[in-house]
Design a protein. Structure first.
Length: 206
């Protein structure tokens, strides 16, 4: 289960002291009312037709309905959904709400920067920032995290980043994969990665 930050359990720097968010339908309804949408509203969610994503989108549609929000779901082929993968040319980046899958990385840096840093065409930051999230404190914390040279400092900064993202929630990180792969009996030295690569340079069959 995710906790609305890209710090998955697999990363050593993840700060596990940050409490897991729990479902609170009553609070969600009260927040909607405070925002002037006590009777709910309608919106569109655009996503891609790949793996479990369309089914996951249906889960979100049902969850939103429980608080009076009607989500109209639009599932596109990946070519249409991603478009040119630039702002103004991509349903992924331009839709009011969108849902996307991320491939695994060995460290969380790319997930902390591309989808969440303040977009800036000159510096190249925030290139996946479909939420148009802009938070100077977040940008500062991420820069400090990436520059940190020891795990203790990373964990401290990760905790601050996780807490900030729980409060702001520009992106919902709902879950992470437990990635499994297999080889034939007697095969050794195969090195898989959770993004789908399989390295065979040390592979052998006994």
């Amino acid at each position: 289960m995710g906790n609305d930050s890209p710090f998955a359990p697999v990363f050593p720097s993840t700060n596990t002291s940050v409490a897991q968010r729990t479902q609170d339908t009553a609070k969600a309804k009260s927040l909607l009312a405070a925002a002037g949408h006590g009777s709910g509203f309608s919106t569109q969610l655009v996503t891609e037709n790949v793996q479990e994503i369309p089914e996951y989108a249906q889960v979100l549609v049902q969850a939103a309905a429980a608080i009076g929000v009607k989500i109209n779901l639009k599932v596109e082929d990946q070519s249409t959904y991603y478009g040119k993968a630039t702002f103004g040319n991509s349903d992924w980046l331009d839709a009011t709400m969108s849902m996307v899958d991320y491939g695994h990385r060995s460290v969380p840096n790319v997930f902390l920067t591309s989808p969440l840093e303040t977009p800036n065409a000159k510096t190249g930051t925030g290139t996946w920032n479909a939420a148009h999230f802009a938070n100077a404190q977040y940008d500062k914390l991420v820069a400090q995290y990436i520059a940190a040279s020891d795990l203790g400092t990373q964990k401290t900064l990760a905790g601050q980043i996780e807490t900030l993202l729980l409060a702001q929630t520009p992106v919902i990180f709902g879950y992470f994969y437990n990635y499994l792969t297999a080889t034939a009996q007697g095969v050794t030295g195969v090195y898989p990665t959770a993004i789908g690569h399989i390295f065979l340079y040390n592979a052998a069959k006994g």
